[in-house]
Ligand binder design. Structure first.
Ligand code: UP5
Ligand code: MG
Length: 190
């Protein structure tokens, strides 16, 4: 039996722009599976895998880990879910991530949901998050901002040229941000 190619939506935006917060709402309302690349990497570190120490050190510096690792984790999580509609949160973060995902999975995203938020707002949110993440300190947050603007924004620009970016301002309260996202998902109502 032929299996349909999965539907993938990439969810991008700076550190603390609200990707995880809004993905949880999209999952509740539109039946997507939420795959946060960062969460998968943190789970890999916690599991004590062979790459764990290297991954933890790179994340502590705000660096983008090798694409093969992230794509491998995403692919495994997609297969394991048994589902066919995915929100891939915080990925692809650079050109190599994007090309590796495309080459390995053959999947082209339906669109890119992009959260637009100024750095001062994101920095305050991250410093108040209180989940004990190794990268939620002022020094690492500023490195993450730099990596985001130098390496991730060009990926957003690439999809912008393909008219695939759906941009939402995420400085408003979470309910209001979600209201502004909904129109992009009406076609996925079950
Ligand atoms: N909050 C959220 N929305 C709010 C709103 N509208 N108003 C007020 N407060 C709001 O939100 C952050 C905080 O803000 C929370 O306390 C929330 O309650 C509040 P959250 O939804 O968690 O924001 P998010 O955008 O998900 O922030 P996150 O820190 O997760 O984003 P990053 O992109 O920095 O982190 P990620 O986990 O994706 O990646 C971490 C690291 O992993 C990277 O730096 C990198 O080193 C590595 N990585 C890779 O190498 N490759 C990958 O593909 C992915 C990650
Ligand atoms: Mg997140």
């Amino acid at each position: 039996e032929m299996r349909e190619k999965p539907t993938v939506i990439f969810v991008l935006g700076g550190p603390g722009s609200g990707k995880g917060t809004q993905c949880a709402r999209i999952v509740e309302n539109y039946g997507f599976v939420h795959l946060s690349a960062g969460d998968l990497l943190r789970a890999e570190v916690a599991s004590g895998s062979e790459h764990g120490v290297m991954l933890q050190n790179m994340m502590k510096e705000g660096k983008i880990v090798p694409a093969e690792v992230t794509v491998g984790l995403l692919q495994a999580a997609m297969a394991k879910s048994g589902k066919n509609k995915f929100l891939i949160d915080g990925f692809p973060r650079d050109e190599d991530n994007r090309l590796t995902f495309e080459r390995v999975t053959g999947i082209i995203p339906e669109f890119v949901l992009f959260f637009d938020c100024p750095e001062d707002v994101m920095e305050k949110r991250l410093l108040n998050r209180g989940e004990g993440r190794v990268d939620d300190n002022v020094e690492t947050i500023r490195k993450r901002f730099k990596v985001f603007s130098c390496q991730s924004v060009p990926v957003v620009d690439y999809y912008e040229r393909l008219a695939k970016v759906r941009k939402v301002k995420s400085t408003y309260p979470p309910d209001m941000v979600f209201t502004n996202i909904k129109p992009y998902f009406t076609k996925f109502l079950e």
